[in-house]
Design a protein around this ligand. Structure first.
Ligand SMILES: [Zn+2]
Length: 272
């Protein structure tokens, strides 16, 4: 086969995510229209050979790691995470293309926070709202964990391309679990925030919230209580996004803070 293993992604395209090898399935114009039997048999042979090559060349990590992964899972809980990270580390370049280049306007997020009484002082309120609403937890004192089991930081918090980036972008495979960074209550779960795709906002205490954007599917409802580490969504590429990743924000009242300042240091995570 002519295909070089380098040209194919390590993970087989299974979710139809844009830019992840869709072009491989195209056989070229006029291929199917040929009625000649020989041609059809050749096509079948070609397809079989192509599929076999792809399986062997493109996804050895996926196929051959599965039994080992299971054994490791049983042995130690952290080992599965390490294996998952090792898999992502091999694909840093591919995953780091998941930079979300469109600036997300934080206005709809602030509106949600205001409606739910997270923005405390009058100066922080920009329009009509319900104002301050006390939350059952005054100050959340627990740890904040990373919202994915493993992944690559594809974009840091702060300025990029001359614009502000209010969160941290964590790239991984589409469909992996997105986890609550800390215990809290679901303030928002839906697709109504322009650019953010399917988004979840959690409230952790009087003034602290976290946000998880671009999800594939949402698994929680507004008002629901979630535990730290509980799955709230599956990772996706909805809204203004160029590849599967979660855009993660940590906010104190209306101000976005670098999530790295709150998340526990983890050697599995690094800048792409
Ligand atoms: Zn982002």
């Amino acid at each position: 086969m002519m295909r070089s293993p380098r040209a194919a992604p390590v993970t087989p395209a299974k979710s139809g995510v844009q830019g992840y090898g869709d072009e491989r399935h195209s056989l070229g114009p006029g291929f199917r229209r040929d009625d000649d039997k020989k041609q059809r048999r050749n096509a079948a042979l070609f397809l079989f050979a192509a599929a076999a090559t792809l399986l062997l060349c493109a996804a050895p990590a996926e196929i051959f790691a599965a039994p080992r992964k299971k054994a490791r899972k049983a042995a130690e809980s952290g080992a599965g995470e390490a294996a998952e990270f090792a898999r992502y580390a091999k694909r840093v370049k591919e995953l780091s293309r998941s930079h979300q280049r469109v600036q997300l306007d934080e206005k709809p997020v602030l509106e949600i926070l205001q409606l739910n009484g997270v923005l405390g002082s009058a100066a922080e309120r920009t329009g009509t709202g319900t104002g301050f609403r006390p939350f059952q937890v005054r100050v959340y004192s627990g740890l904040y964990r990373w919202p994915l089991r493993a992944g690559i930081v594809s974009s840091e918090f702060g300025r990029r391309w001359g614009r502000r980036h209010e969160g941290l972008d964590l790239a991984a495979d589409a469909g992996v679990p997105v986890l609550a960074a800390a215990a809290g209550t679901v303030l928002y779960a839906g697709g109504g925030l322009r650019g953010y795709g399917n988004v979840v906002i959690l409230r952790h205490d009087q003034k602290t919230t976290t946000l998880y954007a671009h999800n594939q599917a949402l698994l929680v409802q507004p008002g629901q209580h979630v535990a730290a580490g509980e799955q709230i969504a599956t990772l996706g590429s909805t809204g203004h996004s160029t590849g599967p990743h979660v855009h993660f924000e940590y906010r104190v009242r209306n101000r976005a803070v670098d999530p790295r300042k709150k998340l526990i240091a983890n050697r599995y995570w690094r800048k792409a």
